[in-house]
Design a protein around this ligand. Structure first.
Ligand code: NAD
Ligand code: UD1
Length: 339
């Protein structure tokens, strides 16, 4: 009996492979390397203490997926595979709907063919949109989302809810992630963005390592303690463990469940910069620039449901996130392209 991880070579998928192996699950992973490097497979294998069972496969390829389900008895799927660049999704909406939504439909059809009735899906806090007040709870209305990427997450949530409604034996876990950062404490796997990072922590890490001259802080006129935006940053290893808890739940329950994966604690941009500087003893030069379009003042999880339903809560501190990010970046200044 195996757990299939789609997008298993990506940032969150790679950390989840390790935590699942540590928890004793048999792991089978697939990826099409759209946003990952094959080298991560050997790193996952080294950290798990055994070779990763891996297939190069695209989730839009029903035949390729079927071959994996024929070779393994897949008990549950953890579905990370998807594209995630917000800006790109506004330029390539059809490609985003095809990869993220059609890909998920293809995966679900193959699961149905093989009688696999458990899925844990990577949704995003972005589905709460800009109008709900923080802390965000799972029962808040969703729908007014800002871009095609966010809509693919929302559509997939609906698709999985509809599958659960049609089949009373099916279980769908819709996990809404807040802001995953950090890296495995070994410093051998981490986030490896293509080109100039869009997100805060990878940008800081590239400033720290000297690849970028300074951080642009997008606005210091928000109504927060220091004027910069507040987010709920969660260590990627805590997030990975949230998936272990979610898959355990899915194996013994039915129905659809929406669950926030966040800490419930918010930090501003300057809080993160200061923590990174203090923990790693490295100055991070920054300049205040105008607000980034589409940014909100504060985005925070209410993590109560995850604790009550899954018995899971985040354990790592912001300092851990800064230390582990820097260890990964320092040892791999060019990500997986370094030897
Ligand atoms: P990632 O890009 O590092 O990982 C996704 C992986 O999926 C990549 O390895 C990519 O090559 C693979 N992939 C993409 N399309 C595929 C396809 N058609 N077939 C097979 N493999 C495919 O991203 P991540 O940060 O690890 O995110 C994982 C999931 O979590 C994504 O669905 C993302 O939208 C979601 N998510 C991420 C964040 C975040 O901040 N990182 C936040 C909320 C939700
Ligand atoms: C981003 C994604 C969102 C996703 C979320 C979780 C975008 C536009 N949005 O949101 O879809 O669900 O991550 O992973 O990519 N900041 C700077 N300078 C920078 C980068 C960021 O000041 O160079 C600030 C931002 O204004 C924000 C905070 O840092 O206040 C966090 O930004 P970021 O890491 O991009 O995450 P989100 O905007 O929360």
């Amino acid at each position: 009996m195996a757990i299939l991880i789609t997008g298993g070579c990506g940032y969150i998928g790679s950390h989840t492979c390790i935590e699942l192996c540590k928890a004793g699950y048999e792991v089978v992973a697939l990826d099409n390397f759209h946003n990952a490097k094959p080298k991560v497979i050997e790193r996952i294998s080294a950290l798990s203490g055994k070779p990763l069972t891996f297939y190069t496969c695209d989730i839009r390829d029903a035949r390729g997926l079927s071959a994996i389900f024929e070779a393994h008895t897949v008990e549950a799927v953890i579905h990370f595979a998807g594209w995630k660049a917000v800006g790109e999704s506004t330029v390539l909406p059809l490609e985003y709907y095809e990869n993220n939504v059609s890909g998920t439909v293809t995966l679900l059809k193959v699961m149905r063919k093989f009688g696999c009735k458990r899925i844990v899906f990577s949704s995003s806090a972005t589905v709460y949109g800009e109008e709900n007040p923080s802390p965000l709870t799972e029962d808040m209305p969703v729908g007014k989302v800002a871009n095609p990427y966010a809509r693919t997450k929302l559509f997939n949530e609906h698709v999985i809810e509809d599958v659960c409604a049609a089949d009373p034996d099916f279980c769908g876990m819709l996990l809404r992630y807040f802001n995953p950062i950090g890296a495995h404490e070994s410093g051998t796997i981490g986030e490896d963005p293509n080109g100039i990072p869009n997100n805060l922590m990878p940008y800081i890490a590239q400033v720290a390592v000297g690849k970028l001259p300074y951080l642009q802080v997008f606005g210091n006129d928000y109504p927060t303690h220091d004027g910069t935006g507040i987010r709920d940053y969660i260590h990627v290893v805590d997030l990975a463990r949230g998936h272990v808890a979610a898959v355990a739940y899915a194996l013994s329950h039915t129905g659809a469940q929406v669950v926030n994966l966040g800490t419930g604690v918010g930090y501003s941009v300057l809080d993160v910069v200061t923590a990174f500087e203090r923990v790693n003893q490295i100055p991070i030069p920054y300049k205040i620039v105008p607000r980034r379009e589409g940014d909100v003042t504060i985005y925070l999880a209410d993590p109560t449901k995850a604790k009550e339903l899954l018995g899971w809560q985040a354990e790592h501190s912001l300092e851990d996130m800064c230390r582990d990010t820097w260890r990964w970046q320092q040892r791999n200044p060019n990500g997986y392209d370094d030897e």
